[in-house]
Write a protein that binds this ligand. Structure first.
Ligand SMILES: Cc1cc2nc3c(=O)[nH]c(=O)nc-3n(C[C@H](O)[C@H](O)[C@H](O)COP(=O)(O)OP(=O)(O)OC[C@H]3O[C@@H](n4cnc5c(N)ncnc54)[C@H](O)[C@@H]3O)c2cc1C
Length: 477
């Protein structure tokens, strides 16, 4: 039998990830009472899996003489997003990032250091010790638990918002045991993450289609849906943090690292389709793959390359999971595991390999000949891949590792302004409603942008704080 109960606070927050917890602490420090509803049994959402966050002008950067300015980062970001992002919002969040790193450290967050995602991008990625779970969520949650004016309810899913005279005045949630909670509040902050687990929306809105979440959860865009129901403008749908992965492999797997290398990639027609070094900008590699039949491809290499990976090192790594040039000692066992799982195929000839992976043998032969000629001439005259990534494919046996599309998260759903206030289609503010983190749109264009590496998590923590500050102002505190 289900029960009903009432609750009351100054502000209700939907979601206990980075944006939700940052908003909660900001509000609590400002003297507001807060109810956080989190649908899972633990805090952190996707933030638990994040490695690091973007900041510009932080103390760490000053210490390491990274001279990037907010203006430079802003211009790069706006250029890379083709000015589709909301410039006021981007500037407001970027202005805050350095101070937010200090604020997070004051909450107990721990940063391991500064990194860049590629040799071509600035060192803006502030990585947390123990990733998001240990380095960020644990200390934020600990702080929140100690605040008398924050109550966090787990396994409690917010279902809808309460609207009265055009103002948002609370939310209705449901506990695990079916208890329906009507929470009265003067403001609500939506911090519910993305919709990457909502396949219907992914198919409908995302050009990349086919995509599967790297970390499956229950992020179905309920925050966006609730905001739309009270008149918010659906905004920036379709932006995904896509990535090329070996299907169903852990980010730490050596098989994934062996397959996601800037070696020769061919589509199901046996054709090369990109400069494979685009993997340094992983969402763009995702774009290239998304345009191929079935959004899949094969990473092809020969036995010499296998030995290089085993004994010498790899050319590319995703994040800090592997050091560049670190070798893959288990690559043989990993390839065998992949063969058993149907993710890797091996052939004594290219023809035999083509037959196994179902691509036209003549085209694959032609592609490999062309690629080997590029290696011999040290010039990729088709896609201009840096010569350091050209390896010949000559020595049997030949390998093909399956590549598919996955996504970390989606960004977008709710239109907000630079104060994180939720807007209607006519740009009027919905009083009492704010959105932060991945549930809000306005930070990107059509593709996740990695020159400002760690921008998504940074947007979450900074807009979380901004939403808290704006709500305090609204409450008159
Ligand atoms: C493997 C992985 C690695 C990543 N690495 C990075 C990185 O290095 N740098 C970076 O910038 N970004 C990274 N990201 C993205 C990053 O995790 C997000 O940008 C960030 O976590 C978003 O924070 P958020 O608060 O918006 O969402 P979340 O942290 O996911 O929090 C949203 C919370 O809302 C809850 N929720 C949803 N709906 C409801 C509801 N109706 N009622 C109650 N609760 C609800 C969810 O359960 C969740 O806990 C990564 C993502 C993944 C998956």
């Amino acid at each position: 039998m289900s029960h009903e109960k009432g609750m009351q606070a100054d502000v209700v927050i939907i979601g206990g990830g980075a944006s939700g917890l940052c908003a909660a602490l900001t509000l609590a420090y400002g003297g507001a009472s807060v109810l956080v509803f989190e649908q899972e049994a633990e805090p952190g959402g996707m933030t638990n899996f994040a490695e690091g966050m973007f900041a510009v002008g932080s103390r760490l950067q000053k210490k390491h003489k990274v001279g990037l300015t907010v203006e430079e980062a802003f211009n790069v970001h706006m250029e890379e997003t083709h000015w589709l992002a909301n410039p006021r919002l981007v500037r407001a969040f970027m202005d805050k990032t350095a101070e937010t790193v200090d604020w997070l450290e004051a909450q107990g967050a721990e940063f391991a250091g500064l990194f860049n995602i590629s040799p071509f991008t600035p060192r803006v990625w502030h990585q947390m010790v123990g990733f998001g779970k240990e380095g960020l969520i644990k200390p934020l949650f600990k702080k929140a638990e100690k605040q008398d004016n924050i109550e966090i309810h787990f396994e409690t899913e917010v279902k809808r918002l309460l609207l009265e005279d055009g103002r948002v005045v609370g939310a209705v949630a449901e506990g695990k045991d079916g208890t329906v909670i009507t929470a009265a509040a003067r403001a609500v902050i939506i911090a519910s993450g993305g919709y990457q687990d909502n396949q219907e929306w992914v198919d409908k809105y995302c050009k990349s289609g086919f995509t599967r979440p790297v970390v499956p959860a229950r992020q179905v865009g309920s925050g966006a849906r609730m905001a739309w129901e009270v008149g918010a403008e659906p905004y920036d749908m379709g932006v995904m943090q896509t990535i090329v992965l070996v299907p169903e492999e852990d980010l730490q797997s050596q098989l994934l690292t062996a397959g996601f290398q800037p070696r020769l990639w061919v589509n199901t027609l046996g054709e090369r389709f990109t400069n494979e070094a685009i993997c340094w900008k992983f969402p763009m590699a995702g774009n290239a793959l998304a345009r191929q039949p079935g959004a899949m491809a094969w990473c092809i290499f020969d036995d010499d390359s296998r030995v290089v990976m085993k004994e010498k090192g790899v050319n590319y790594v995703l994040g800090e999971f592997y050091d560049i040039l670190k070798n893959l000692p288990d690559v043989d066992a990993e390839l065998e595991r992949g063969i058993a799982a149907g993710k890797v195929f091996k052939g004594e000839t290219l023809g035999a390999l083509a037959a196994k992976i179902g691509v036209p043998a003549a085209t694959l032969r032609e592609t490999v000949d062309e690629y080997n000629a590029a290696y011999d001439g040290q010039k990729d005259w088709i896609f201009d891949k840096d010569r350091m990534y050209l390896d010949p494919v000559r020595k049997a046996p030949f390998y093909a590792v399956k590549l598919g599309l996955a996504a970390f998260m989606t960004n977008g759903g709710i239109r907000i302004n630079h104060k994180t206030e939720v807007l209607k289609e006519d740009r009027a503010v919905i009083p009492g409603l704010y959105a932060a983190g991945c549930s809000a749109g306005g930070i990107l264009g059509d593709t996740y942008e990695v020159s400002t590496t760690g921008g998504s998590l940074s947007f979450a923590v900074n807009t979380g704080r901004m939403a808290g500050e704006s709500a305090l102002e609204y409450l008159g505190k």
